[in-house]
Design a binder for this molecule. Structure first.
Ligand code: ADP
Length: 668
């Protein structure tokens, strides 16, 4: 029996099990012949194997999470069945008492988690359980450092789900049947978590899924009823379904007893819920290993009744910037019945990091995704939720600035999108933003716009900022020189979203923004002529001298050499140390962004910047004194090129630049 390695698409859902025989190598068990009892053995793809190995090793100190993961999956499956049954309750096939059962067989060394939920057919098992290669698996693997603790955190965010069973089991058997399918359409999946898994079609009397862990010898504690009961009440007390375990046998018949509260957490009064319960519910909902950073739980009663329980995670998932997925852990319930994962309908894109539950008493149970988009009730819930989220975030900012800095590090760039996307709430979002600044050490974003305004100099009427490719480029930009010299604070922006955001952000609390790299700068009375300024460095004559202007003929002559590159050459009011800089028009896109677009193969609106020269700089003086047209044109070009470089731009002729620099160096 030959077996070749299997390659599956990276994206979950792009392959279906029973049709994979051409792509999937399989061996057909010789003991079976009929279609229904065919056993196929498949190899996990290489990445899956790698993830499995990592999960088993890195999550060792968190091994009990497997139970939470399996219970979460079971509870999702029950939610889904209940949802389908809204339309047609015959799907229950007489088994409508939704529940999760946990059974231990000490002799056999097994632990079983069973649900009578939606179940899976063979294709779904192949798709969902047969591969772990979710989109982003490769990136996930690349991010692992080898440091167990750090890696465990990343793995937690990635969401290991079902595979966590292999932390404590050396073999896992899954039996399932999709609700509505025939008895002989059950499926049996089994794997030892090594290289392969087997799958076969089998008879199964009931719908739903049963996962049996063959517990490793060293993990025998998970065969203790007491341990499992206490884990259930710790992790899954307030999921909305009963979890049952067999009570002591009486006369042969095993009675089941509930081991959790089975009351959906958000339905309880706030004061009855401990922080620990909020946290374990968060983990149930999101599969996050880390605690949530904070949450807000609100019950609204009045013309509309609904409850929201919203969480801010501690760490951003790695695909946060790309996430366009509904399945992010923001769930819509109607009268406690799970309706759908509906992150996009419930909150705007810039709040995509929020997790939680919305339970409405007024929406119809059969609301469809399309209807959600236009539903007026939901529109109201949505706008109230946005405010609630922003308030919750604002509360961290107010109560614990240090914690807020950490929050902002994770989610700040996403929140900034709100400035552009959500005009109605712009004034609520703006005070939540933080920026690095010339008045602070380091690259941490810690200055709020309110603080900036408080620190503005007398007579200053705009908020100055610069955008650049990275913090260093922003912080070292020649455009900042005159501001540093005069102790005027400039916000340093280096998130990718910043340039885009600033196109929408014209003012904050009545004060306009002004890019120090665009348009003319007139500091007027703000320009100091003495050395009292707090940021003053070097000699004080510079600012007076900078007021000199270069001769118009000279500027024209330089421009004649650079007509392809710049639209104008003028004397700079910005520079005190550097020789030259490039200045864009007020509406033009920053050079680093132009470069990025160019690299992405997009057309960039052609604009030529202004070249500004520092009249006081020795290089500019050298230019004035240079003899011969060739020397003059080379020096002019170099002043342009160095301005472009310090702006993060790329030279069209780098080798020529090097040649010119070398020539100058040899002269020294
Ligand atoms: P996640 O739950 O994060 O998607 P899992 O690896 O835990 O990842 O599960 C993968 C998929 O397998 C689930 O999304 C679900 O479609 C399916 N699944 C897992 N357990 C069950 C179950 N008990 N009943 C029905 N489907 C399940």
């Amino acid at each position: 029996m030959s077996k070749t390695s299997k390659r599956t698409s990276k994206k979950t859902g792009s392959k279906t099990g029973s049709k994979t025989s051409s792509k999937t190598s399989s061996k057909t068990s010789s003991k079976t012949s009929s279609k229904t009892s065919t056993t196929q053995t498949h190899e996990f793809q290489a990445e899956t194997r790698q993830v499995l190995r990592l999960v088993i090793h890195s999550l060792y100190s968190n091994k009990e999470i497997f139970l939470r993961e399996l219970i979460s999956n079971a509870s999702d499956a029950l939610d889904q069945l209940r949802f389908v049954a809204i339309q047609d309750d015959s799907i229950y096939a007489g088994d409508s008492e939704l529940r999760i059962e946990i059974e231990i067989d000490e002799k056999a060394g097994t632990l079983t988690v069973r649900d009578n939920g939606i179940g899976m057919n063979r294709e779904e098992v192949m798709e969902n359980i047969g591969t772990i290669a979710k989109s982003g698996t490769r990136e996930f693997l690349d991010r692992l450092s080898g440091d167990q603790k750090a890696d465990a955190q990343i793995i937690g965010q990635f969401g290991v789900g079902f595979y966590s069973a292999f932390i404590v089991a050396d073999k896992v058997t899954l039996l399932s049947r999709k609700a509505g399918d025939a008895v002989d359409e059950g499926v049996r999946w089994e794997s030892d978590g090594g290289g392969e898994f087997s799958i076969e079609t089998t008879d199964r009397a009931t719908h739903g899924t049963e996962v049996t862990l063959h517990v490793k010898k060293a993990e025998k504690e998970f065969l203790s009823k007491w341990t499992i009961r206490s884990l259930v009440s710790r992790y899954s007390d307030h999921i909305g379904f009963p979890i049952r375990m067999p009570a002591e046998a009486q006369d042969g018949d095993t009675p089941w007893e509930d081991v959790n509260q089975a009351s959906a957490l958000w339905t309880l009064p706030k004061k009855e819920i401990s922080d620990e319960e909020y946290q374990s519910f968060y983990k149930h909902l999101t599969h996050d290993l880390e605690d949530a950073r904070c949450w807000a739980h609100n019950k609204v009663e009045g013309s509309q009744c609904y409850t929201t329980l919203l969480y801010v995670p501690t760490t951003a998932p790695m695909d946060l910037m790309l996430q366009r997925d509904e399945r992010t852990g923001l769930r819509l319930y109607v009268k406690r019945v799970f309706i759908m994962d509906a992150a996009q309908s419930l909150l705007p894109h810039y709040l995509r990091f929020i997790r939680g539950v919305v339970d409405s008493s007024d929406l119809p149970l059969n609301v469809s995704r399309e209807l959600l988009q236009e539903n007026e009730l939901l529109a109201k819930i949505r706008s109230a939720m946005i405010r609630r989220c922003l308030n919750m975030i604002g509360k961290i900012a107010k109560d614990d600035p240090e914690q807020y800095e950490k929050f902002f590090e994770q989610f700040g760039a996403v929140l900034k999108e709100g400035v552009a996307e959500d005009f109605t709430n712009r004034d609520r979002i703006a005070p939540l933003l933080r920026f690095a600044s010339t008045h602070e050490k380091g690259s941490d974003a810690c200055v709020s716009l309110d603080l900036y305004k408080e620190r503005m100099q007398e007579g200053q009427d705009v908020i100055y900022f610069i955008t650049a490719e990275n913090h260093q480029a922003a912080s070292n930009s020649p455009h900042l020189e005159v501001f540093r010299k005069n102790g005027i604070e400039v916000l340093l922006m280096s998130d990718r979203v910043d340039e885009w955001m600033m196109a929408y952000f014209t003012e904050f609390d009545g004060t306009a923004f002004k890019s120090v790299a665009k348009g003319e700068i007139d500091l007027g009375a703000l320009q100091s002529t003495d050395s009292d300024s707090p940021q003053e460095e070097g000699d004080t004559k510079a600012s007076e001298e900078a007021a000199q202007t270069l001769d118009a003929d000279l500027l024209k002559k330089i421009h004649d050499n650079l007509t392809d590159q710049v639209s104008e050459v003028r004397t700079s009011q910005r520079l005190t140390d550097s020789a030259s800089c490039l200045v864009l028009g007020e509406q033009e896109m920053a050079l680093h962004l132009q470069k990025l677009l160019e690299q992405a193969g997009q057309a960039v609106p052609g604009s030529r910047p202004v070249l500004e020269l520092n009249a006081d700089h020795p290089l500019v003086q050298l230019l004035q004194e240079s003899e011969g047209d060739e020397a003059f044109s080379e020096l002019s070009l170099m002043l342009y090129e160095q301005a472009l470089l310090s702006e993060g731009g790329s030279l069209s002729d780098p080798a020529g630049f090097v040649r010119r620099v070398n020539k100058l160096m040899l002269k020294v």
